[in-house]
Design a protein around this ligand. Structure first.
Ligand SMILES: NC(=O)c1ccc[n+]([C@@H]2O[C@H](COP(=O)([O-])OP(=O)(O)OC[C@H]3O[C@@H](n4cnc5c(N)ncnc54)[C@H](OP(=O)(O)O)[C@@H]3O)[C@@H](O)[C@H]2O)c1
Length: 431
């Protein structure tokens, strides 16, 4: 191609404005790579809205399909997060145009179809910005670590929940107060459900597991528990046991299947993940040749996310100049796709927190319930000082047990007369 590559941008919000800024003032490293591109069309929802970056008003349209259909547009950058984005991306790929996107929700639910379509048409669908913002984790998995079999991957993939848990760990307040603080600081949406429920992290984990394990699950198939029930007591007991509480996204090989789950977990207090604080993200990858590697940085924000979008753009343009070919489709849809393991079969260590009557024989009864399910106890912590109306907190850490057995044991503990209220439970990942 001897003319500039024609770019069509759908969206001119937070991230897209950062992309326009980077294209206008590209660092020398980008210029050296001959990023010869021309912005040909830009779609927005509201043509009247003032913009934070200068764009020729003649390029603007409020019809996203006008960008896709414009013959001068060779490559579409989708940065809206709109539910209709899947239609625009499908249409762009079908017309033989490469696409760059940051839309994790779209990829988590429609990835199979869209990557298949890209492969079929011989074009690319690039998505570095969809997981962990500015951290180049997708590129690292598909290129830098290509000589490894990924054995496991642990991520702190959601900045909102990490900010809330960090503040709770510092003793700044309980969950409702720290959620409000996160909203005031702009780290949480007015409707925080996607973040605090773990769904946002599950969508990102789904994308990572596609590359690391060729798994073809959708985001909604991934087991997911949020942080809404974590309280100051759990965080305090975690500290006493030598752990920190994080919303952890885990994908790991389990025989010929892959486990993929998102839930609050206790991780060793001296681990890099436990020390990933505030709105930062981190991903620990265990590879067959490299061992453990941790990627750490800003998982969101205008310029970190724009940096990932421009990295995809540079790679695509370079490939076009070199005569084409696709980067990811065959890797993502290739041979050896792994099925999802049943969460009930996962074997993990657990933290149990019970309120029990302060009378003889209680510990024996609880140990018996666990023994029936063949769950063995690693340690017990009894807090006499917290005596309230004749009951005390009892903290139990178990050795590895199957999730299915732990569920049954919890139901049985709940039925014991000596146990007050529902037992609380948290999974432990020793990393
Ligand atoms: N923000 C981050 O830190 C971050 C990090 C990682 C990934 N992402 C992803 O990046 C994408 C963009 O996020 P953002 O924060 O930049 O969002 P944003 O600031 O809300 O911007 C969205 C843009 O899309 C435009 N838009 C929405 N619906 C449209 C429609 N039907 N037709 C044409 N244009 C439409 C909006 O137009 P108007 O301006 O006219 O309203 C706006 O310019 C999302 O998929 C998000 O999940 C964001």
């Amino acid at each position: 191609m001897d003319r500039p590559v024609g770019i069509g941008l759908i969206g001119l919000g937070n991230v897209a404005s950062g992309v326009v800024r980077l294209l206008g003032d590209a660092p020398a490293a980008v210029r050296r790579r001959r990023l010869d591109v021309a912005l040909q069309r830009v779609a927005v929802r509201d043509l009247q809205r003032p913009r934070t970056v200068a764009v020729d008003p003649g390029l603007l349209t409020d019809q996203a399909m006008a960008v896709v259909d414009d013959p001068r547009v060779d490559l579409v950058i989708e940065l809206t997060g709109a539910p209709e984005a899947v239609e625009w991306v499908r249409a762009a790929l079908a017309r033989g145009k490469d696409v760059v996107t940051a839309n994790k929700a779209m990829l988590a639910e429609h990835g199979d179809e869209l990557f298949g379509l890209a492969l079929d048409r011989g074009v690319d669908l690039m998505f570095e910005a969809s997981v962990a913002g500015g951290i180049p984790i997708i590129r690292s998995l598909r290129a830098g670590l290509v000589a490894n079999r990924v054995e496991s991957l642990y991520g702190i993939l959601n900045g909102t929940t990490n900010y809330i848990l960090t503040q709770m760990t510092r003793g700044a307040g309980d969950y409702p107060a720290m959620l409000r603080l996160a909203q005031e600081k702009g780290f949480a949406e007015p409707d925080p459900t996607m973040d605090v429920s773990g769904r946002d992290a599950a969508q990102k984990l789904c994308i990572l597991s596609r590359i690391a394990f060729h798994s073809r699950v959708t985001g909604s198939q991934i087991f997911c528990e949020g942080i809404e029930q974590v309280d100051a007591g759990d965080i305090q007991y975690a500290r006493e046991l030598g752990y920190a509480v994080k919303l952890l996204a885990v994908a790991k090989l389990a025989g010929d299947r892959v486990q993929a789950r998102v839930h609050p977990a206790m991780v060793p207090a001296d681990s890099l993940l436990a020390n990933t604080n505030d709105e930062f993200n981190a991903i620990e990858v265990v590879g067959s040749s490299v061992g453990n590697q941790v990627f750490y940085g800003r998982g969101a924000g205008q310029m970190p996310t724009a940096s990932a979008v421009v990295a995809d753009l540079v790679e695509l343009v370079q490939r076009k100049r070199a005569g084409g070919g696709t980067a990811i489709g065959d890797m993502i849809l290739g041979e050896g796709a792994l099925e999802l393991a049943d969460i009930a079969e996962c074997e993990l260590r657990y933290y149990l927190r019970l309120r029990v009557l302060d009378c003889p024989g209680v510990l024996e009864k609880i140990a018996h319930v666990l023994a029936v399910e063949r769950i063995s106890i690693a340690s017990v912590l009894q807090k006499q000082r917290d005596l309230q109306g004749g009951s005390v907190p009892l903290i139990i850490v178990t050795h590895e047990a199957r999730e299915r057995q732990m569920k049954r044991a919890l139901a049985a503990l709940n039925d014991l007369r000596e146990v007050e209220g529902a037992p609380r439970v948290m999974r432990i990942e020793d990393l």
